[in-house]
Design a protein around this ligand. Structure first.
Ligand SMILES: Cc1cc2nc3c(=O)[nH]c(=O)nc-3n(C[C@H](O)[C@H](O)[C@H](O)COP(=O)(O)OP(=O)(O)OC[C@H]3O[C@@H](n4cnc5c(N)ncnc54)[C@H](O)[C@@H]3O)c2cc1C
Length: 414
């Protein structure tokens, strides 16, 4: 008899897991605190290691219709606009890695995934407040006090996971990285100075960078550009001191708890990019300044499972966004866990799962951290800038291991 699975959180990882398990005939219920699946104004870029799995799950064509494939990946000097390096996107990327690279509205992604899940098993407006192990199962408690028991409970509840508190104990969540970000959506017609508007582009400079990519696909006209502007600092977020690469939780490292965004004075973002290329400033000025977000990063967790409770996605390994890999890694986790749960008994599956995922997710997270450092080098670091430019030039070859990865496997579990 197949196990009954309860998933906490219907974000990218939870929904992907729901689809994969339902397609394998497993009973899976998803409990999501939001009343409806929508996040206004946010985008996500998905690479071949994620999109190949979405095709395999049967949602690829629907997602392709609402996605834009960037024409190139371009690195530029943030002040002069000089193209430091460029790599093929679009059909060339797809041919090389066997699946596309997409820029997509997060709401389109979530709604397409949700549309592929049996609606009767997707419970919106249901916040999970607690989890308990029952030995041969686990029980979740919902905000109204009702309980649900399943053979396996999956914590797919994101960066501020309550399920992680059960698996690892409180105080083991992500830490503030010492960098923060603003984001926005801009119409292409508002950006007359922008070269290569259909490319995904990084503009690098001292203590800051700007990333943008097109999104929306044929359905929305490829006319929207999503940007993400990252700044070094502030040193502290609330009372939380930042860490360098936090891998060890040294003195001063603190769980970032539920630190949220900050409203900051209008003009702060533009002031931080004074002297940058006109296309950069035009983009930042085209929309009202967003709140400032703390960028968080999860130190490696010793435990990914406790009894019949298991973590996936940001609940387990939230990472800096500089590789655009958080959602892709959640998708990989979901398809691997679904494969294990449908190939072995729950205890064997949960034992195998961290061994399948730990090294991969750690390597991607570390690489994202290193990329962030390279993007913010000061002008007087002449040797560092040479290394940076060489890394930008070799980026796609050096990081092919991220994109060519195939998470689904027919290998035996044990
Ligand atoms: C600015 C920014 C840009 C990013 N860009 C990219 C990108 O381009 N590409 C990429 O791959 N990744 C990107 N990421 C990372 C990506 O968004 C996350 O890694 C990804 O969403 C994680 O998926 P998840 O399913 O683990 O969590 P989420 O997608 O965050 O989903 C968690 C879900 O759990 C629900 N939930 C939380 N608590 C409870 C509870 N107690 N009870 C019930 N439900 C609950 C939430 O409402 C949410 O729906 C970016 C992140 C940031 C911050």
């Amino acid at each position: 008899m197949s196990p009954r699975i309860a998933v906490v959180g219907a974000g990218i990882g939870g929904l992907t897991l729901g689809i994969a398990l339902q397609r394998a005939g497993v009973t899976v219920d998803l409990y999501e605190r939001a009343d409806e699946l929508r996040e206004v104004g946010a985008a996500v870029a998905l690479s071949a290691n994620g999109t190949r799995e979405l095709y395999r799950l049967g949602v690829g064509d629907a997602l392709d219709r609402v996605s834009t494939q960037p024409t190139e990946l371009v690195y530029r000097d943030g002040r002069t606009g000089e193209r430091i390096a460029a790599h093929p996107g679009g059909a060339d990327y797809r041919a090389r890695f066997g699946a596309p690279y997409w820029g997509i509205h997060r709401v389109d992604l979530q709604q397409t995934l949700a549309g592929a899940v049996d609606r009767a098993h997707l419970h919106l407006g249901r916040t999970v407040t607690g989890v308990v192990d029952d030995g041969d199962g686990a029980t979740i408690t919902l905000h109204d006090g009702t309980t649900v028991t399943a053979d396996v409970v999956v914590g797919a509840d994101g960066v501020h996971s309550v399920v992680r508190d059960h698996v690892c104990g409180p105080g083991n969540g992500p830490v503030y990285s010492g960098t923060s970000a603003f984001r926005g959506l801009v119409e292409r017609s508002d950006l007359p100075s922008l070269p290569d508007p259909l490319a995904i582009q990084f503009w690098a400079g001292p203590d800051a960078h700007l990333l943008h990519y097109p999104m929306g696909g044929a359905a929305r006209g490829d006319d929207t550009i999503n940007f993400f502007a990252v700044l070094r600092g502030p040193e502290q977020w609330g009372d939380t001191q930042h860490r360098g690469e936090h891998a060890d939780r040294g003195a001063g490292a603190r769980d970032a708890g539920h630190l949220g965004n900050l409203e900051v004075p209008a003009g702060e973002l533009l002031a931080a990019f004074a002297g940058w290329h006109p296309a950069v400033r035009e983009m930042l000025a085209a929309v009202d300044q967003s709140p400032r977000w703390p960028l968080l990063s999860q130190p490696p967790l010793i435990r990914w499972t406790r009894g019949r409770v298991v973590l996936i996605g940001d609940a387990c390994h939230a990472m800096l966004p500089h590789h655009g890999q958080g959602a892709n890694q959640s998708i990989e986790d979901a398809v691997v866990l679904a494969h294990l749960l449908t190939s072995a008994d729950p205890d064997t599956a949960l034992d195998a799962y961290p061994r399948r995922r730990r090294a991969r997710t750690r390597a991607v997270a570390r690489s994202a951290w290193e990329t962030g450092t390279l993007l913010h080098l000061p002008d007087d670091d002449v040797d560092g800038l040479k290394v940076r430019d060489a890394r930008f030039e070799s980026y796609l070859d050096a990081n092919a291991w991220v994109h060519e990865y195939t998470a689904t496997t027919t290998e035996e579990v044990a």
